[in-house]
Design a protein around this ligand. Structure first.
Ligand code: ZN
Length: 273
């Protein structure tokens, strides 16, 4: 299995809340989230949540190749819950959550699961790409975030508007009409976007957190095809370096309005034979 992977925290020395890993025939990527400044009720933290859930999920999809990815995710959410429900208060509104991507190659088929705003990028033998994302968080976000984007990133007004936006967003988490994300409740797994494509038509499968996809979908500095060419020639670390370089040139978010000047960025690029 030909996989290259890099993951960098938003700032050097800070905890990385993204997690990605691969095992023969499968891979996962998770982007952990909380509510900025809010008490999580969890003594372990967001990075623990995303890495523990990711490790269990990778094990589950590998050990039980016939079990649907969404069922494996529900099992894994339940398992993480049992690991900390005695020590932590999981009823907190800002309890740790995470996006989830999972892909698995079985006989002739690639199965995928997407929950939250991380992206699976499929490249096919005709040179076409398909970015599989879960639009719901984005849709809800667009509805709510107008006032935030009008203000310079880093200003007190921006911070206040952002806090209000995040609070409103948290209120729509794991609710009909809102968006779905992995947290304490295994039910979220039922709302994941899932599907499968013929494996023979694919040349690569790439998993990306939104800290990395911003190079294409927000900054528009490359197309998906150009990004894949960069990954093939220079690898994930170079893509993340270019993201950081672009962010540094727009630290106030005037050119590219965004919640965080920098975000944890993760890329797992799986080249198929
Ligand atoms: Zn905990």
């Amino acid at each position: 299995m030909n996989v290259v992977l890099d993951s960098q925290p938003a700032e050097p020395g800070r905890e990385n809340e993204d997690f990605a890993a691969a095992a023969p025939g499968g891979a996962v990527l998770l982007d952990g989230a909380g509510v900025a400044g809010a008490e999580t009720g969890c003594v372990h933290g967001i990075a623990w949540f995303s890495s523990t859930l990711g490790g269990l999920l990778l094990g589950a999809i590998t050990a039980q190749p016939a079990r649907p990815l969404a069922a494996c995710l529900a099992d894994s959410i339940r398992a993480v819950r049992s690991l900390h429900e005695d020590t932590c208060d999981l009823t907190y509104r800002a309890s740790p959550t995470s996006t989830v991507l999972a892909v698995r190659a079985t006989t002739g088929t690639l199965e995928y699961l997407v929950l939250g705003d991380s992206t699976v990028l499929l490249a096919d033998t005709d040179g076409k790409t398909a970015a599989l994302t879960d639009q719901r968080l984005d849709d809800v976000g667009q509805r709510l975030r107008g006032p935030v984007d009008a203000l310079p990133t880093g200003s007190p007004q921006h911070a206040a508007a952002l806090a209000e936006y995040r609070d409103a967003l948290t209120g729509l988490r794991n609710r009909p009409g809102g968006f779905w994300i992995a947290g304490p409740d295994p039910q979220a797994a039922e709302h994941a976007v899932t599907g499968s494509v013929p494996l023979g038509s694919l040349t690569s499968v790439t998993l990306l957190s939104d800290g990395a996809t911003r190079f294409v979908d927000s900054f528009e500095l490359a197309t998906w095809q150009e990004m894949l060419r960069l990954l093939a020639s220079a690898g994930p670390a170079e893509l993340i370096r270019r993201v950081r370089e672009s962010e540094a040139g727009d630290s106030e978010g005037r050119r590219w309005p965004r919640g965080k000047a920098h975000d944890d960025a993760t890329v797992l690029h799986w080249v198929l034979p």
